[in-house]
Design a protein around this ligand. Structure first.
Ligand SMILES: Cc1cc2nc3c(=O)[nH]c(=O)nc-3n(C[C@H](O)[C@H](O)[C@H](O)COP(=O)(O)OP(=O)(O)OC[C@H]3O[C@@H](n4cnc5c(N)ncnc54)[C@H](O)[C@@H]3O)c2cc1C
Length: 292
């Protein structure tokens, strides 16, 4: 651990990652860091950079699948409150990269700022959401981003205004290491009207995804003009099971991890879905889920 000298309290070896992810499956990180402030984060990133250690950043782990054999290199988990600040300044909501997306959505609505309410019931952090440009109901998070503060692989802080960032379907050009902070510019609206809209959107969303207590992930990107869930359902795969991994019967684009599920079960189920949808419907499904 000499490479982490002085940081022993925040960097651990062979940390199991299952408990830090939404699905709760998979192996350990070779190194795992939970920095408590920006200076510690920069120190860790610079040391990893000097030693050529590969680095990954973990938000709430809603869109990552950890292999059973674990993850080589360093996983930095931005779960300290120091990275989760949410502030409102006029029509802007400024949130840390580790802030909860659902909290940012409810704060915006409470403050009478419209735009992000379509993202209700999408779990994860602001960093994960902006990097992957999450969206729902025809809108996405990227359209409201005014400015992003990032930490590079070399440990330098840079600020990117909106006109330097490209957002596409479930992707962004933000490939620097850490999203530290995002400023959203939103539209003022009557908070009561906005709260009513949020409630309706929330009810629609909750009916279309696995139950809150189920460990689940969204698996595929929607192909142009159609929903992956409809294709998987049309291929007759709702409820299909391999080991502890099951295609959700509420939305076929989700896999639910039941007790005893392994990442190997999920990978085999993903393969089966892809093969069956391709053979029966002639569509090649592309993964939205990241495999680490
Ligand atoms: C029940 C459920 C419903 C969902 N519904 C939707 C939906 O309707 N629409 C939709 O688009 N998605 C949906 N998702 C997907 C998921 O919620 C998002 O992808 C989520 O925003 C990922 O955020 P996270 O913090 O969990 O990121 P993680 O899963 O931890 O990481 C995802 C990626 O972002 C990177 N990352 C995370 N934090 C940072 C950071 N601070 N800086 C730089 N990179 C970072 C990671 O390195 C990784 O590459 C759903 C998922 C679930 C489980």
């Amino acid at each position: 651990m000499s490479r982490w000298k002085g940081l022993e309290r925040i960097v651990r070896e062979q940390e199991p990652l299952a408990m830090h992810t939404w699905l709760g499956v998979g192996g350990a990180a070779e190194y795992y860091a939970q920095p408590r402030n920006q200076d510690e984060l920069i120190d860790i990133v610079q040391r990893a950079n000097q030693e050529n250690i590969p680095v990954r950043v973990l938000g709430n782990g809603c869109n990552v699948l950890i292999r059973d054999e674990g993850v080589p290199g360093l996983v930095i988990h931005l779960d300290h409150p120091a990275f989760a600040d949410i502030r409102v300044v006029e029509n802007s909501v400024i949130a840390g990269g580790g802030a909860s997306l659902p909290k940012v959505v409810t704060t915006s609505v409470h403050e009478g700022l419209a735009g992000l309410e379509v993202l209700t019931a999408i779990p994860g952090t602001v960093g994960g959401a902006v990097r992957g440009n999450v969206g729902a109901h025809g809108g996405d998070i990227g359209q409201w981003v005014a400015e992003v503060t990032l930490l590079t692989h070399a440990g330098e802080i840079v600020v990117r205004p909106r006109n330097e960032i490209v957002f596409g379907y479930r992707r962004s050009s933000l490939d620097d290491l850490v999203i530290l902070q995002v400023r959203f510019e939103l539209q003022p609206e009557d908070p009561r009207e906005l709260a009513r809209r949020l409630q309706k959107l929330w009810i629609v969303r909750r009916a279309a995804q696995p139950l809150g207590h189920q460990a689940s992930v969204r698996v595929f990107r929607d192909p142009r003009g159609t929903a992956a869930s409809e294709l998987i359902e049309a291929a007759g795969l709702k409820g299909t099971r391999i080991g502890g991994a099951v295609v959700s019967d509420r939305n076929a684009n989700f896999i639910v991890a039941e007790a005893g599920c392994t990442t190997a079960d999920i990978l085999r189920l993903i393969d089966l879905i892809r093969t069956q949808v391709s053979n029966r419907l002639g569509v090649n499904l592309e993964l939205e889920l990241e495999i680490w």
